[in-house]
Design a protein around this ligand. Structure first.
Ligand code: GLA
Ligand code: ZN
Length: 713
């Protein structure tokens, strides 16, 4: 069966599901064949907790879900204590009954393995499993995610319960896939610093570097008498009177990411064996840098992601975190990151906000239309399915205030009908649309080595990798062109432009990739702090920007953290426009045979180059030495992108997003209005409104928080 035929079968099976027919064996056969790993059924469901719901309500819940058009649930990821009430005593009877009821209502089941929340008997008997945070404090049990990813007892017990589940449910009708654990690393410090992690780190270093001499040399341990004469001496970066060795600290971040991935992979290997016809994934919050998403998802079937825009809105409110104008791009960035974790493969939103969200404090109720809009935004950026978190709202526990599709009294939540409408509409788009790749002509370098090294040594305390990524992403997305997040280690020739804000660490492989990209005709736009360090966190011993000096056609005269001093930038040539302030950082550039497009205005370096553009091979390399405010950055990047041939799909006002997915000669263009005012979008060409199924062209109206999907071909 080819992909298209498979999708048709998949679609037909789901149509049967929606009409309330059971998820029969024949449907399972079609949906869960080997092909299912690539060509998945539509997944529009909810996160459900039968373990937290009295059994007499399960039937009512399943019937209501079926009536609501729910195709699947994700269940059991926090139910370890019920499944293994005592060590080695397993009880899956309740779960079998719950699955049976759901399946009888035509609802498919994604099972979660429960390692994120170990039961109390486990932490009581094996206190060594507890995480030690970055201050050396051992976490207390009583919540979740308080365990060490290296500890063998915890890993063994996690694998045991997961294996028991897998054996029990490998061929249970209705079960279609797995979520391993829940949100790796999303704990208080995100990393563990215990003695088991220390031993694991030493072992990992031994495998990576083979000899202590290499480590001593690469990390420069001669400094402060840190020379190691035995692997056992190597510490973890806990408080120690002064900052740690930067090379050690960077490798420790790598080790912690590895430890979590390898923990996940133990369960994955077992599930592949026990449940060959099920898909396997894990969920995550995209914008954390404690785990490398590309490593995490490499061997999983697809990426899955938890999307809570209300959280960003809450932190934007006090001005300390993400500025509010960055909100829409920040949410979009999370989606793009998940899509790019598997090089463009569609991802699943395992949890999507369905109401007021939070724990002790919670976000406002999303505006009418906003939950539908956020769901479409995920699809517009490459999602293939959505699960609303959660079905009901619990009356107890740490997440009493996390509002689901039902309220505390089990009546419909304010957005209930909106979610049902969204299910209906997104299903009607069909599998071709939901599996189509996103178009992207711009690559943005997102590399955890730079993120980690910069948080170890920010240079200026306000300099944060993620903030820079967000403001560059926002500036680039203002053109409405599609953006892929790449580590810049693989061929980039399919992109017109590569942007690299604060690419503080540049490996030899990345330098080579970038060089080839520019030689071949690409436009490379780099921000300040380019190529300061190699991958071992040593500062390069050539003039900056190190390995990319000839490509950029500049050498740094100086680099300057900026505090209270005034600095500004004046533009010339194609960038001509109002002068702009420069805060936080200034790289002072000495052009070689390079065009100077902006100069500094203040102090000893007044008149020196701040922005340059160099022709290299068939392409161009631009150095943005000055840290610019988002509006100025947007103007400057917009000019470079336009001259690189990036054309907006449609001209839109702030608050409106446009994306495009395409496959088999057909395109789906998503128009998303994130503002509370009606908007009009002028777009060239004649389309079909994919939801209303009528022709549409010219000036297209969008209601407040409204969405349009335009089809062509
Ligand atoms: C996360 C988790 C869920 C739940 C929700 C709400 O993303 O995966 O278990 O905690 O958020 O907090
Ligand atoms: Zn540990």
């Amino acid at each position: 069966m080819n992909r298209r035929e498979f999708l048709l079968v998949g679609g037909a099976s789901l149509a049967a599901l929606h009409s309330g027919r059971a998820f029969s064996q024949s449907h399972r056969g079609a949906l869960l064949s080997e092909a299912a790993r690539e060509d998945l059924p539509l997944l529009f469901g909810t996160d459900y907790y039968p373990d937290q719901t009295p059994e007499h309500l399960w039937e009512e819940d399943a019937a209501a879900m079926a009536a609501a058009g729910v195709t699947n649930v994700r269940i059991a990821e926090f139910a370890w204590a019920l499944m293994e009430p005592e060590e080695g005593h397993f009880d899956f009877r309740w779960l079998e009954r719950a699955i049976g009821i759901l399946h009888a209502h035509g609802i498919a089941i994604i099972l979660g393995t429960p390692s994120a929340a170990p039961p109390n008997w486990l932490s009581q008997k094996y206190p060594e499993v507890l995480e030690v945070n970055d201050q050396g404090v051992t976490l207390s049990p009583g919540s979740r995610r308080f365990t060490c990813p290296t500890n063998k007892t915890y890993r063994h017990l996690s694998l045991t319960i997961a294996t028991q589940m897998a054996q029990k449910f490998a061929s249970t009708p209705g079960v279609i896939g797995w979520q391993i654990d829940n949100e790796f690393t999303l704990g208080s410090s995100g990393r563990c610093y215990c003695k088991y992690c220390r031993a694991g780190f030493q072992e990992w270093l031994r495998a990576k570097y083979k000899s202590l001499d290499t480590i001593n040399q690469l990390w420069g341990t001669v400094f402060w008498s840190n020379t190691y004469t035995d692997f056992d001496q190597i510490p973890v970066p806990l408080p120690s009177g002064a900052p740690p060795n930067p090379g050690l600290a960077l490798d420790y971040d790598r080790y912690q990411s590895y430890a979590n991935v390898s923990f996940m992979e133990e369960q994955l290997a077992m599930l592949r064996k026990q449940c060959p016809s099920h898909f396997i994934t894990t969920n995550n919050v995209g914008l954390v840098d404690t785990i490398d998403m590309r490593d995490l998802y490499r061997n999983l079937d697809f990426a899955a992601y938890d999307n809570y825009p209300g959280f960003f809105a809450m932190s934007a409110g006090d001005g300390t975190d993400i500025p509010s104008q960055a909100l829409v791009p920040t949410i979009a960035l999370g989606h793009d990151l998940m899509r790019c974790a598997r090089d463009g493969k569609p991802f699943l939103v395992m949890e999507e906000q369905s109401g007021k969200a939070g724990q002790p404090v919670f976000s406002p109720q999303p505006e009418p239309g906003q939950i539908r809009l956020w769901s479409y935004q995920a699809v517009a950026h490459g999602a293939m399915g959505i699960n609303y978190f959660r079905w009901d709202t619990t009356n107890f526990g740490a997440e009493e205030y996390w509002h689901g599709m039902l309220r505390h009294d089990r009546s419909h939540s304010p957005a209930f009908d909106e979610m049902l409408q969204t299910f209906r509409e997104l299903k009607s788009l069909g599998p071709d649309a939901l599996h189509a790749p996103c178009e992207a002509s711009i690559a943005l370098c997102y590399d955890l080595a730079s993120s980690w090294a910069l948080s170890i040594q920010p240079g200026q305390p306000k300099l944060r990798y993620l903030n820079e990524i967000i403001s560059w992403y926002g500036a680039v997305r203002a053109t409405q062109a599609g953006v892929d997040l790449v580590p810049a280690t693989q061929d980039l020739s399919r992109y017109k432009v590569l942007c690299a804000p604060v690419m503080y660490v540049v490996s030899a492989q990345q330098a080579e990739t970038i060089r080839r990209f520019v030689e071949g005709g690409g436009v490379f736009i780099a921000g300040f702090r380019l190529g300061v360090k190699d991958e071992h966190s040593r500062i390069v011993d050539t003039p900056l920007p190190g390995l990319l000096r000839d490509v950029m056609g500049v050498e740094l005269l100086d680099d300057q953290p900026l505090y209270s001093e005034k600095q500004g930038v004046s533009f010339t040539g194609p960038l001509t426009g109002p002068a702009a302030p420069c805060h936080i950082w200034a790289d002072i550039l000495e052009p070689q045979k390079t065009e100077v497009l902006a100069t500094y205005t203040e102090g000893a370096y007044a008149g020196k180059a701040a922005i340059t553009a160099n022709s290299f091979g068939k392409g161009k390399a631009v150095y943005l030495g000055a840290h610019l405010e988002p509006a100025d950055l947007g103007r400057v990047l917009g000019i470079f992108l336009a001259s690189a041939g990036i054309k907006p799909i449609a001209a839109v006002k702030t608050g409106v997003e446009v994306t495009r997915r395409s496959a088999g000669g057909r395109t789906w263009t998503y128009l998303l209005n994130h503002s509370s005012a009606p908007q009009t979008v002028s777009i060239e060409g004649v389309y079909r409104d994919a939801l209303k199924r009528s022709p549409i062209s010219g000036a297209i109206g969008l209601e407040p928080y409204g969405v349009r999907v335009l089809m062509q071909g």
